[in-house]
Design a protein around this ligand. Structure first.
Ligand code: AMP
Ligand code: TRP
Length: 343
């Protein structure tokens, strides 16, 4: 009997171009996107500009951030010949499939989404409707390609569960095996990189304090300074990982070291156990500069030629469209839409 899976493995992931990318995006997402590409699986990566406008974006800044995020992907090692790299709004299938999913997902499911609650804040009446249905668009991003594997950071787990629920309900309601039930790929030591100012908060591009994060555009001096000033406790590093419990800032810096060096927190503590932060931080700063400075330099080089970035995104969009359009057409047919327009 054949054990071949019904769906060929295909990786899809996305990042919002809503400001500069951080070390969290790099370790939790970008670096792992490159690893997937190197494994030889089909990889599709998307700058989700339609998601970004669920909160206000200045148009010229959005355009800049989209190109800058594309430059970050390329500088981190995404090869546009082997991966598809594009921005979401250039492929209409995302928004079209999202509408179908608006009619599949239930109000109750979306009301439980913690990202909506966080971003809408207290004044929910004033939140954009798009912010509420954001996860349906995310499900559409993934399912328009019949993607099977989605590498993301820990914060996206709930959205991926919703994507699974949408696929299952669609398949059930229409009596088909049409959409794959996707696998979240949340792995590695850096699935949740924390703020440098508060080890209990996620490192985020929207944090008001620039000292809380390392931006991929930061130069060597800025990176080193931010690490030197990172909040810590007065104790030396422990010998074992269990000693990091209830020391969120220490754990965060050890995890960052491990992720940058492609090793484990255990190995980091084997080398640094007993050391104070006075000796650990400069070594972490050196490592971070060694790994990140070439990325930021390459981003600057790429950003000098925005037309070339736009060309890469446009080419990626055409290739993405060629995959998504036939899937969307089959979906419309399943739902009962007459399709008769001459092509
Ligand atoms: P976003 O910047 O919210 O569009 O996130 C893009 C990707 O980066 C998603 O896969 C997130 O889970 C991941 N990500 C964002 N911030 C962090 C963080 N602090 N630690 C790990 N992964 C993150
Ligand atoms: N919601 C994700 C975030 O905020 C970004 C995203 C949009 C995404 N569509 C996606 C991630 C599809 C993975 C797959 O980080």
């Amino acid at each position: 009997m054949s054990t071949a899976p019904a769906f060929t493995p295909r990786v899809f992931s996305g990042i919002q171009p809503s400001g500069g990318l951080t070390l969290g995006n790099y370790l939790g997402a970008l670096k792992r996107f490159v690893e997937k590409q190197e494994q030889g699986v089909e990889t599709i990566y998307c700058l989700v500009d339609l998601h970004a406008i669920t909160v206000w974006q200045d148009p010229s800044k959005l355009r800049h951030s989209t190109r800058e995020a594309a430059a970050a992907f390329l500088a981190a090692g995404i090869d546009p010949a082997r991966s598809i790299l594009f921005n979401q709004s250039q492929v209409p299938a995302h928004a079209e499939l999202a509408w179908i999913f608006n009619c599949v997902a239930r109000m109750g499911w979306l009301s439980r989404m913690t990202q909506f609650k966080d971003k809408a804040g207290k004044n929910r009446e004033n939140a954009a409707v798009g912010l509420f249905v954001y996860p349906n668009l995310m499900a559409a991003d993934i399912l328009a390609y019949h993607a099977t594997h989605v590498p993301v950071g820990e914060d996206q787990k709930q959205h991926l569960e919703l994507t699974r629920d949408i696929a299952i309900k669609f398949n059930h309601d229409y009596g088909v095996e049409f959409f794959p039930v996707v696998e979240p790929v949340i792995e590695g030591v850096a699935t949740r990189v924390m703020s440098l100012r508060d080890g209990t908060k996620k490192m985020s591009k929207s944090d008001p304090s620039d000292m809380s994060r390392i931006n991929l555009t930061d130069d060597a001096d800025t990176i080193a300074q931010k690490i030197r000033k990172a909040k810590t406790d007065p104790e030396p590093l422990p010998d074992e990982v269990s000693g990091l419990e209830s020391r969120p800032e220490a754990r965060n810096l050890v995890n960052i070291y491990a992720a940058l060096e492609d090793t484990t927190p255990t190995a980091v503590l084997r080398a640094f156990g007993g050391h104070g932060f006075g000796s650990f931080k400069p070594q972490l700063a050196d490592l971070a500069v060694t790994k990140l400075a070439p990325i930021s330099a390459e981003m600057t080089r790429l950003m000098a030629d925005p037309a070339e970035i736009d060309r890469i995104l446009g080419d990626g969009a055409a290739r993405a469209d060629a995959i998504a359009r036939p899937i969307l057409e089959r979906c419309f047919d399943i739902v009962g839409m007459v399709r008769s327009r001459p092509v």
